[in-house]
Design a protein around this ligand. Structure first.
Ligand SMILES: C[S@@+](CC[C@H](N)C(=O)[O-])C[C@H]1O[C@@H](n2cnc3c(N)ncnc32)[C@H](O)[C@@H]1O
Length: 281
């Protein structure tokens, strides 16, 4: 692997901060991430933000096919040339914004559930995770490099300061695990923060009975939208358009203390509450 500094200089490309362009410069780390992803030779990998190909090349050596989506056209040309030079021919490089890409359609095209990989730009990582949750019928698992604090948030349990909307959404439909830590100097240019690689394994069956997922996610958003408030106040001041008395009644019927805050509630409590709201709608 040619170093990112050398490649960028050769192509006269400046890394763009707004696209989160901190490229992995240690090939051992890239290989370790791919190993931890447990890719089989029948798998199709969707790589978000392949950049200069640090993860793409080792992933392509084990997967059947890699679909690599990057928003930066300058990087796309460089990556295609690098792959050609390395004789890698099972990577389909696409210039697109992942936030505007139909992941379900890529899954259908692949003909099998995707393994999603990505060293994600920090400013879009929550949006990407929400999109993966919605597309999870076509995603078996995701192995994502995230800002350390974001990784702590998505893996957090109730009662923790970092427990939030994404922790509940993922707790509802996936198992998450921390796979490895990557220090800032292992990137070029080095970011100000360390990173953590997490695995997200989407569950085949929903762990809890709930036939109104959109409502559940709306309730979770409302509850954490005002996380310092009690559940009664957070819900009654949200887009759910429920008055305080109704909120209180539904919370009590769901076995939740109306004065409790969202950060203390387990996923199962949110699902009970969602079911109560659905009944009264
Ligand atoms: C942190 S770099 C990772 C590059 C490479 N995977 C690595 O590990 O060295 C993030 C990559 O995501 C790309 N990117 C940024 N925003 C994007 C978006 N909305 N859609 C697709 N790719 C994006 C950037 O151009 C960049 O190549």
């Amino acid at each position: 692997m040619t170093s990112p500094r050398t490649l960028l200089t050769a192509w006269n490309i400046q890394a763009k901060k707004q696209l989160g362009q901190n490229f992995l410069s240690d090939p051992n780390v890239a290989r370790a991430i791919v190993n931890r992803a447990g890719i089989a030779d029948r798998d199709v990998v969707l790589e978000i933000g392949p950049g200069l190909g640090a993860i793409t090349v080792p992933a392509a050596s084990v997967a059947r096919r890699v679909i690599a989506v990057d928003k930066d056209g300058r990087i796309i040309d460089l990556l295609r040339a690098e792959l050609l030079a390395a004789g890698v021919n099972n990577v389909d490089v696409r210039e697109a914004d992942i936030l505007k890409t139909d992941i379900d359609a890529i899954g259908r095209e692949a003909g099998c559930p995707l393994v999603v990989m990505g060293n994600l730009p920090y400013n879009i990582s929550s949006q990407v995770i929400v999109r993966l949750i919605h597309a999870r019928a076509h995603v078996r698992r995701a192995v994502l490099m995230l800002q350390k604090e974001m990784a702590q948030r998505i893996c957090a349990g109730p009662g923790s300061k970092t427990y939030g909307r994404l922790s509940v959404m993922l707790g509802y439909c996936a198992q998450t695990e921390t796979l490895m830590q990557v220090r800032a100097p292992q990137f070029f240019p080095a970011p100000k923060v360390d990173s953590t690689v997490v695995g997200i394994h989407f569950s085949d069956r929903l762990p809890l009975p709930d036939d109104d997922e959109a409502l559940l996610f709306q309730v979770v958003k409302a509850a954490f939208g005002k996380r310092r408030k009690t559940m009664r106040n957070a819900l009654s001041q949200s887009d759910l358009k429920l008055d305080p008395a109704t909120c209180e009644q539904m919370l009590i019927q769901s076995g939740i203390d109306p004065m409790q805050r969202a950060e203390h509630l387990p996923v199962a409590a949110f699902v009970r509450l969602c079911n109560q709201i659905a009944i009264h709608r």
